[in-house]
Design a protein around this ligand. Sequence first.
Ligand SMILES: *Cc1c(COP(=O)(O)O)cnc(C)c1O
Length: 421
Amino acid sequence: MPQKSLPFTKEQIEKIIKQYPTPFHLYDEKAIRENARAFKNAFNWNEGFKEFYAIKAAPNPYLMKILHQEGFGADCSSLAELIMAQKTGVTDEEIMFSSNDTPVEDFLLAKKLKAIINLDDISHIAYLEKCAGLPSLICFRYNPGKLKKGNHIIGHPEEAKYGFTREQLFEGYKICKEKGVKRFGIHTMVASNELDAYYFEETAEILFQLVAEISQKLKIKFDFVNIGGGVGIPYRPEQKRIDLKAMSRGIKKQYEKIIVANGLAPLKLFTECGRYITGPYGYLVSRVLHIKDTYKKFAGLDSCMANLMRPALYGAYHHITVMGKEKKPHTFVYDVTGSLCENNDKFAIDRKLPKLEQGDIIVIHDTGAHGFAMGFNYNGKLRSAELLLRENGKVVQIRRAETVKDYLATLNFNGLTSFKV
Ligand SMILES: *Cc1c(COP(=O)(O)O)cnc(C)c1O
């Protein structure tokens, strides 16, 4: 039975739980920094390379700050995310604003922060011009339609609501050029949790080719190509990590073949990954609350899909370690559940685990992206705390747990007294 490693021992986590009760998400700062450096290094052949961390994956200012210190920008897609970037000290062209169906206020703030605005639709050019004025740098999101295969999470590009068609790109850049926009970028995002390095080479090739055709036809100069996020991580212990070097090599090959050969260098390469950057370095730490034996064996935890929705939403696999029982035979089969009144509130179905008992500490792996972030309050469930495991072994609470008071805060109980038939 292949296992996944942890950045803490049972003794350490027990000590942490004494101070911060379960459940909580714990992030490993050292591993996040090391991974960020390796990611940046992999693309050092491209002078302007920059990763814009997709903050929707783990919207916490401490994580954003760590990544900013490592040279990353922020990919935002809503007003709140823009404000978080601003408050963390990430502004100007270190923000990529990749939104869709965008309201006025969001565009206004993005423009004010001098973020790179990445438009999702050709109609947004006039909308942006009217509400905030056009910036001097603009980017468009391309949807390759049938040209590119999608995958399970993101679906087929031609069915997706995102992006411009090919014809609209030519039209859009022409309009912006005529309106005085000086610098241009192009973006696409068609993958999610993709582990095949070649997929990203192919994406880059499509974008580089477009840059060559559009620059030639419209006589405009591109500043950057943003190949989006979607780089996958091995959720299952037997899966392999994506070959980052091969991914980089493949993109470089296309860069030389298309960009350099057409005299279009230098052109900056941007990415906006979330999952790859923090996903493997977050852990949901929980305890077994009840063991139930009916038609199946159930291990009910003190957390639920409000803390981690991916298994319920996509049937996604998240590896589970039972602290102190790693070496015990995994010969018992459990559904590992939460307490939500939804039968799909299960972290794992028919999972082989060691024999579980009430109070066992359960660690659910790879919750550092699209984990806490997807949390919600359905059924009166509260979102947990987030903790940061520092490089010196100390722990900082980077978000407190919600309380019932938070949950009730938006309700108008006072009005009830005078609410008569
Ligand atoms: C979600 C998202 C990302 C990040 O996706 P990952 O799979 O976490 O890498 C990047 N860009 C956009 C526009 C997104 O919506």
